[in-house]
Design a protein. Sequence first.
Length: 400
Amino acid sequence: MRTSRFISRLTAIAAAIALSVAGTATASAAEPNSTIVTNTASTSRTISSDPQIRNSMLGYYEYIGAQDAVAWFDQVRADPGRAQYLRLGEANSATSIDNAIKAALSVKHGNTLRTNDNNFRGLAPLRVSHLLTAMAETASDWMYSKGTMQHQNYDPFDYGSYSAAGQNIAYGYLDPYAGWYFAEKTAYDLGSRNENVVGHYLNLTSSSYNVTGYGDTGKYAAQNFGGSTSDTGMSVDAYVASLVGYKLLIAHSNGSDFTPSKPDDNGTETPVYRLYNPNDGLHHYTTSKKESDHLVSVGWRYENVSFTVSSKGYPVYRLYNPNDGTHHYTMSRQEADSLVRVGWNDEGIGWHVPGNGTVPVYRLYNPNNGEHVFTTSFNEYESVGSKGWTQESVAWIALK
């Protein structure tokens, strides 16, 4: 693999230097006039009638009115040399909605490392820039399609008002931060200050950056970094909630006019209780206080309110496996139907989630006993995942 680093766009481009696992690029410059206007606030609220666009991040950017990200995609699609490597919405593309949600969780993971770093204390978490994310997505698709790990040959200062910019890229990692952060932090702690050795770590812990964008195909990953007073981004949780909301909208859109079919957000707040069976190690979730009290009376351990949903909104289906006693909860009617076909009992709608939720609920799977656990705690999601559970991204967005 290769690494290269941008010096100032006003000076020279550094030579490519061979490394074994990942690449890093950094740059700094005075803020120029932007050729793509950063706009994370305006909204169009129109779902594309083109199914390929609708089911991709381009459709998301169009829907929320992120004009900078849309303009970037338009430039890439207008260039035959780059357009041929873009796979809008495909399962192995960084532009798929599901991969974008997973990429956002990678940013959250990186922010945990950044804000708890003992060498560079007091760092704020990076916020998500739509423009930098769009750039990272096309970079990841380009690397995947070409089968090579290489930084993109564009200067980030040409496309946004940034005083500093950088890029980390990786190939083949389940967690790129294993190389970007942990391996290079070890080298830094041992005294290395060589950017060709610890450049990824320095990008992740730089106080010059306030925004980021992450693209991941599942094999190739790119994380862009930027420092800007005009591109202030949005919090990772708000971005995840927005992505999941868009995913639900397109799943429930009217097929003839593509009008968003938004749920009723005026339902009553409803707590979901979490209980644990110490005999078999299984968890159970219910909105019924009566059911919760009964389970406690027969030996289950009450683990408090897990999250809060609504009496109205998108349905979450509840299923039961009579063979091993596990329950499962999903917003996917297709997943629910597939489980029923293999012997699970359909127990109807467990609860509803509104369209105005703000708190991600993470989903984990235990491959040893087949159980799923749902939690709003990213620390629990990370901790349980490190013990062998499969991290299955975001299940839905709760009110709290």
